[in-house]
Design a protein around this ligand. Sequence first.
Ligand code: ATP
Ligand code: FE2
Length: 325
Amino acid sequence: MIVGIESTAHTFGIGIADKGKILCNIKDSYTTESGGIIPMEAAAHHKEAADEVWKKALGEIGIGEKDIKAIAISNAPGLPPCLKEGLNFAKKKAKKLEIPVIPVNHCIAHLEIGRLTGAKDPVLLYASGANTQIIAYASGKYRVFGETLDIGIGNFIDNFARLIGIGFPGGPKVQKLAEKGEYIELPYSIKGMDVAFSGLLTNLKQKYEKEFKIEDLAYSLQETAFVMLVEASERALAHTGKKELLLGGGVACNKRLQEMCKIMCKERNCKFFVPENQFLLDNGGMIAYLGEIMWKKGIYVKNKEIDNLDINPRQRTDEVEVSWK
Ligand code: ATP
Ligand code: FE2
């Protein structure tokens, strides 16, 4: 069995995979009541949560440490203090058990887990906290066809949530507020296949200061930002000639975004896929799942060499050689 550890940002998660199945997926996430994410605090959270999550994961499926063949760890990209905490924990366990470590790119794990839905060769709309990219696989790499030119969609929503004082993560709370809102026109920013959110954020801030209703702002935020993503995804489908759209990342949990994607796919005669929520938000299961695929292809760091393994906070999706496909 392969254990996967996730610790790149707000979540400390452990999943266990065997023969392409995820046997358990346990997590403990850092949240706040009103402020945003503070990296050092999130890292302290992970340090405290790690042993308990490890025990729970192994306990849930009734295995012992000796049943673990290797440990997959998402060592890139992410918040440096959080990445370090996870990597240290993975190394400590791997040394004790004398097993290899599989370094996994967090973003690619968000994408690969989509295979569970049955999607074969999709365009991926990766909408998470730090990332917003439209990606498709072509000759050995995940190529980025379009992306945000400033902040990720999730961070954008979380910034808005912090502004109005509803805490982190903001996405689910903004979705709830939006249910009672009405439409106000907001700036729409898409250039070719790229999108941008900072102008939209500034505009929302101005409207909030002018005492617009937060429900209306939340509704209009979703309608505007999500249409930008759907438009860029539709262009990518047209450009690549692919016939499937797959959603990934935490913001993909949003019901309105899912609905918009579904409608667009129906109109274009494409298939629409979205994994279940537990695999959209950061989780150890997706790290274990990709870790097992890489392990089978011999892509891992031997136990004797794990001291050389480091974090890579800024690694990009299209830098990774996808040699397991
Ligand atoms: P990355 O994968 O880019 O490193 P991350 O790991 O922080 O970012 P995820 O766990 O994939 O991100 O997603 C977290 C984000 O998802 C947060 O910004 C959160 O507000 C957002 N989110 C969660 N649920 C919803 C929802 N229902 N609607 C909109 N956004 C949501
Ligand atoms: Fe993520």
